[in-house]
Design a protein around this ligand. Structure first.
Ligand code: ADP
Length: 559
C-alpha cells in the first residue's frame, strides 16, 4: 500500500499533468454536467406537467362556469349570474371570474365592485377580437384562430402568479331566438369569460419538490463521484502509483524491487512485464559484473604472469652473468688448485710418518684444496653453455642408473625408494650424464633433508602443458619441507641452509641451469612438515626433433 506522504508528493509533483488528475476532472466533469442536465430536465418537465395539469383543471373549471350560467344568461337573469360567479369565486385558489362585453366593459364579476368598469381598448383581452396594430398587447398571447376552446396564460398580478383562462361566449341560435331576444342574430360573439386562478400553491409545492429533487441530485452526484473516485483509485490510480514507485526504485538501482499488482487487466499485465523486465535487468547486471570480475581476474593473472616473467628474466640474466663470472674465476683457479693439490701430495709423501704435526697440516691443506676443487667443478657445471651431448634419453633408464649409483652408499641405507615409472614414456633429447647429475642432486638433497632416514618416491608420467607434451619426473621426500621464505631463493647460486662445509648452495642452481638448457623447468611444491616434491619437466621433441631449445629458443616454460 503506497504511503500517504508519497501520494501527496506525487500529487504535488505531478499536479495537473498527472493522469489521475485528468481522469478525475474528465469523469467528475462528465458526472456533474450529466447530473445537472438530467436533474434540470426532471425539474423542468415536472414543473411543466404541474402547470399543464392545473391549466386543464382551469379549462374544465371555466367551461363549467360557462355551462352553469348559460341558462341564467338565456333568461337574462343577471342576478343569478352574479351570484353564481360570487359563489364559485369563493373556491380556494380562484382569484376572480369576469365576463367582458364586446365594448370592453365588465358585465359580470365575482367582485361586484368591478361590474361596469371599462378596460382600455388595447388590453390583451380586447385583442382577441379587435385588431389594434398601433398598440399591440404583447403580455398575453392568446390565439385568435379557431378559438372555441378555453385558452390560458400565466401572468404576474400583485406579486403573485396567476393562471388566466379565457373563453369567448358565442351568439348561439338559442341566444338570439330566446324570449328576451336581447342580441341580434348577426352578432358573432357576445363577450368573453375570464377566470384568474392563483398559482401560489402550485409554485410553492413545485418549489419544495424542486428543492427535494435538487438535494437528491446533489447527494446522488456526490455519492456517484465518491464511488467512482474509489473505483478509479483502486483500479487505476493506485496501481499506477505502485508502478511509478517501482520504476523510481529501479532507476535508483534497486533491481530486487517487485511491484505487487495481481489484477488480470492491462495494468496487471504491465506489472508482470515490469517484474520480468527487472528480473532480466538484474540477471544482465550480474552477468556484466561477473564479466568485469572475470576480466579483472584475468588482467591480474596476466599481470602476475608478466611480473613473474620479468622476475624470471632478471633471474636468468643474473644467473647468466654469474655463470660467465664463475666460469672465468673457476677457469683461472682450477690450474693453481690442481698444482696445490699435486704439490701438497708430493710434500705429504716427503714428510716422514713420525712428523705427525706437519703431515696433519699438509693433509688439511689437501682437504681444503680438494673442497675448493669441488666448488670449482660445481661452478663449471653451472656455467656450462650447452649440454655436451645431445642424444635420445630414456628417462626411466637414466633414473634407474642414478639410483643404482647411490643405493649402495651408506647415506641411503636407511632410505626406501618407491618407484612408479610410466613405461610408455617417450624419449627426450639431451645429455644423459647431466640429467643424471640433476637426479643425483635431488636425491642427495632429499636424503639431507630427511637426515638420511625416510622415503623417497619417484614417479614419471607423460603430461601436457599448453598443449605441448612433456615428460614429468617427480621426486618427493618425507622430510620437514621447505619454509615459505626459502622457496623463492632455492635456485639462487650459493643459497644453502646446510652447515658450513656440507653445502655449497650450487646443487639446485646447477640443476636448474641444466634443465633450462634442455628446454624444461623445475617446479617445487612443499609445505612445512609435509615433505618436498621437485617436479622436473622435460619437453618431448616433435617429429622434427624440436623440443630442446634453450633460453634463446621460443618455447621455454619458466619455473
Ligand atoms: P646445497 O645442497 O649445497 O645446500 P642446493 O642448491 O642443492 O645446495 O640446495 C639449496 C637449499 O635448498 C638447501 O640448503 C636446502 O635448504 C634446500 N633444499 C633442497 N632440497 C630440499 C629438500 N628436498 N627438502 C628441504 N630442503 C631442501
Amino acid at each position: 500500500m503506497p504511503k500517504l506522504s508519497s501520494l501527496k508528493e506525487l500529487i504535488a509533483r505531478k499536479s495537473i499533468h498527472s493522469l489521475s488528475f485528468k481522469l478525475i476532472v474528465a469523469i467528475g466533469g462528465l458526472i456533474i454536467v450529466g447530473s445537472l442536465t438530467f436533474w434540470y430536465s426532471i425539474i423542468y418537465t415536472s414543473e411543466e406537467d404541474a402547470l399543464r395539469t392545473t391549466a386543464n383543471h382551469a379549462k374544465t373549471y371555466i367551461n363549467l362556469i360557462k355551462k352553469s350560467t348559460f341558462q341564467y344568461m338565456l333568461a337574462n337573469n343577471t342576478d343569478a349570474v352574479q351570484k353564481t360567479f360570487e359563489s364559485m369565486a369563493s373556491e380556494e385558489g380562484v382569484m376572480g371570474i369576469r365576463v367582458f362585453d364586446c365594448n370592453g366593459a365588465i358585465a359580470f364579476s365575482s367582485d361586484p365592485r368591478d361590474v361596469g368598469k371599462q378596460i382600455p381598448g388595447n388590453s390583451a383581452i380586447c385583442k382577441i377580437c379587435h385588431e389594434d396594430p398601433a398598440s399591440p398587447a404583447k403580455s398575453l398571447k392568446f390565439s385568435k384562430s379557431s378559438f372555441k376552446q378555453p385558452q390560458w396564460v400565466v401572468q404576474k398580478k400583485d406579486d403573485t402568479y396567476i393562471l388566466r383562462s379565457v373563453i369567448p361566449i358565442y351568439n348561439e341560435p338559442s341566444c338570439y331566438t330566446a324570449s328576451c331576444h336581447f342580441h341580434k342574430e348577426t352578432k358573432e360573439k357576445l363577450g368573453i369569460l375570464e377566470t384568474d386562478y392563483s398559482l401560489s400553491d402550485l409554485y410553492s409545492m413545485t418549489k419544495q419538490q424542486n428543492i427535494a429533487i435538487a438535494s437528491f441530485g446533489v447527494i446522488f452526484t456526490a455519492l456517484t463521484s465518491v464511488i467512482l473516485c474509489i473505483i478509479l483509485w483502486k483500479i487505476v490510480i493506485r496501481p499506477l502509483i505502485i508502478l511509478s514507485e517501482g520504476m523510481e526504485s529501479v532507476s535508483r538501482g534497486d533491481l530486487d524491487h517487485r511491484v505487487n499488482i495481481n489484477t488480470k487487466d492491462e495494468l496487471g499485465m504491465l506489472a508482470k512485464t515490469f517484474n520480468s523486465m527487472t528480473k532480466e535487468l538484474k540477471t544482465s547486471r550480474e552477468r556484466l559484473e561477473n564479466w568485469a570480475k572475470e576480466l579483472e581476474e584475468e588482467v591480474a593473472k596476466k599481470t602476475e604472469e608478466i611480473k613473474r616473467g620479468q622476475e624470471q628474466y632478471i633471474h636468468t640474466e643474473k644467473l647468466a652473468s654469474l655463470g660467465r663470472m664463475a666460469a672465468g674465476v673457476a677457469h683461472e683457479l682450477n690450474s693453481p688448485l690442481t698444482g696445490i693439490v699435486t704439490f701438497s701430495h708430493l710434500l705429504l709423501d716427503r714428510i716422514p710418518p713420525e712428523n705427525k704435526m706437519d703431515r696433519e697440516d699438509v693433509e688439511v691443506i689437501i682437504e681444503q684444496a680438494e673442497r675448493c676443487s669441488k666448488i670449482i667443478k660445481g661452478l663449471l657445471g653451472f656455467s656450462r653453455a650447452m649440454p655436451a651431448e645431445k642424444n635420445e634419453i630414456n628417462i626411466n633408464k637414466t633414473l634407474r642408473h642414478s639410483i643404482g649409483m647411490i643405493k649402495n652408499q651408506a647415506k641411503f641405507h636407511n632410505i626406501s625408494m618407491e618407484m612408479k615409472l610410466d613405461e610408455s614414456l617417450p624419449v627426450v633429447n639431451g645429455d644423459a650424464s647431466q640429467i643424471e647429475q640433476v637426479f643425483l642432486n635431488l636425491f642427495i638433497n632429499a636424503a639431507d633433508a630427511m637426515n638420511d632416514k625416510g622415503e623417497i618416491r619417484i614417479k614419471t608420467s607423460n603430461i601436457q602443458i599448453d598443449n605441448k607434451p612433456y615428460v614429468e619426473i617427480v621426486i618427493s621426500d618425507t622430510g620437514p619441507g621447505i619454509p615459505e621464505a626459502n622457496m623463492s631463493r632455492l635456485f639462487e647460486p650459493f643459497f644453502t641452509t646446510k652447515p658450513v662445509g656440507k653445502g655449497t648452495g650450487l646443487g639446485l642452481a646447477v640443476s636448474h641451469g641444466i634443465i633450462r638448457k634442455h628446454g624444461g623447468h623445475i617446479v617445487v611444491q612443499s609445505r612445512p612438515g609435509e615433505g618436498a616434491s621437485f617436479l622436473v619437466r622435460l619437453p618431448v621433441p616433435d617429429s622434427r626433433g624440436r623440443g630442446m631449445e634453450n633460453e634463446d629458443g621460443h618455447n621455454e616454460k619458466t619455473d
